[in-house]
Design a protein around this ligand. Structure first.
Ligand code: FES
Length: 280
């Protein structure tokens, strides 16, 4: 079912944040096709010998080194992750790219990214890619506590990071969504990832600031006047066929359904993918 798996060599096992593992892979057959927003499926035998497809968002691409970093999403049952216990040199079966690249308008120069620790793996490559392309990126990063925050060194220095912690141990005391009003007028486009609570709060805040989730609005409002012109929400999914068949990743909305593995992971708050016509 779906694309043919290719071989990947595990180069290293690391961490994006405390308890948030990442795999560094040598993946010559797919590396050139990967973009921000893509994930890979790693086919791996779990307990009982069942071979599952694990959804791993692509968090870093190094074309010179020929390496790709993907994040392991925490298991729903909180159990031990056997992928994180593999040793360098292990061979893995990988399918990808899964999903579509996050669509950023060519004239959007100032990008607001709102995320929490859970959503960070889905937007790290986006922030890095946009900064490398000369765009201005501000990230509002939410965490329960300072100890759980991904290190700032995972992002280019040019990315402006504002931290919010639920317990007030670092930065703003509260939600990252509390900070949106300050940046909504600055941003040409906004992307949010993370918990459903953060996505809902971000949507409310940006709508209150005048953002529209309709694609047509982005051509009618000058930059910097009235706030971000388009908001996309990154909807994570954890397991499934990856080929648009099983329906296990379907995101239901008032506007219809989106298969996150095919049309996602980015959706608009009203439910469409919000992709511009002809965009990859
Ligand atoms: S994972 Fe099966 S349709 Fe998306």
């Amino acid at each position: 079912m779906g694309a043919t798996p290719v071989r990947a060599q595990l180069l290293a096992v690391g961490e994006l944040a405390p308890g948030r593992s990442a795999l560094l892979l040598r993946l010559p057959e797919l590396i050139a096709s990967l973009r921000a927003g893509h994930a890979l499926h790693i086919l791996h035998a779990e307990a009982g010998g069942y071979r599952l497809r694990r959804v791993t968002p692509v968090t870093q691409i190094d074309l010179i080194a020929g390496s790709v970093q993907v994040a392991l999403q925490p298991r729903a049952d909180g159990g031990r992750d056997s992928l994180a216990e593999l040793v360098p040199g292990a061979q893995l079966s990988v399918v990808g790219p899964i999903g579509q690249p996050i669509d950023i308008d060519s004239d959007a120069l100032q990008i607001l990214i709102v995320t929490d620790v859970e959503g960070f793996p889905w937007v790290r490559l986006l922030a890095t890619s946009l900064a490398a392309a000369g765009r201005s990126v501000t990230m509002l990063l939410e965490s329960n506590t300072a100890a759980e925050i991904p290190p700032a060194s995972l992002l280019p220095e040019s990315v402006e990071i504002h931290v919010a912690t639920k317990d007030g141990s670092l930065g703003h005391h509260g939600s990252a969504a509390d900070l949106i009003a300050t940046y909504a007028a600055w941003a040409d486009q906004a992307v949010a990832a993370g918990s459903s609570e953060l996505l809902s709060a971000t949507t409310l805040q940006l709508r209150a600031s005048g953002v529209s989730d309709r694609t047509s609005a982005r051509v009618s409002r000058p930059r910097g006047e009235g706030g971000a012109k388009r908001l996309q929400l990154i909807m994570a999914h954890e397991i499934g066929c990856g080929s648009g068949v099983c329906g296990g990743c379907t995101y239901q909305s008032a506007a219809g359904s989106v298969r996150l593995c095919k049309e996602g992971p980015a959706v608009t708050p009203s439910g469409g993918t919000g992709r511009t016509r002809g965009a990859r």
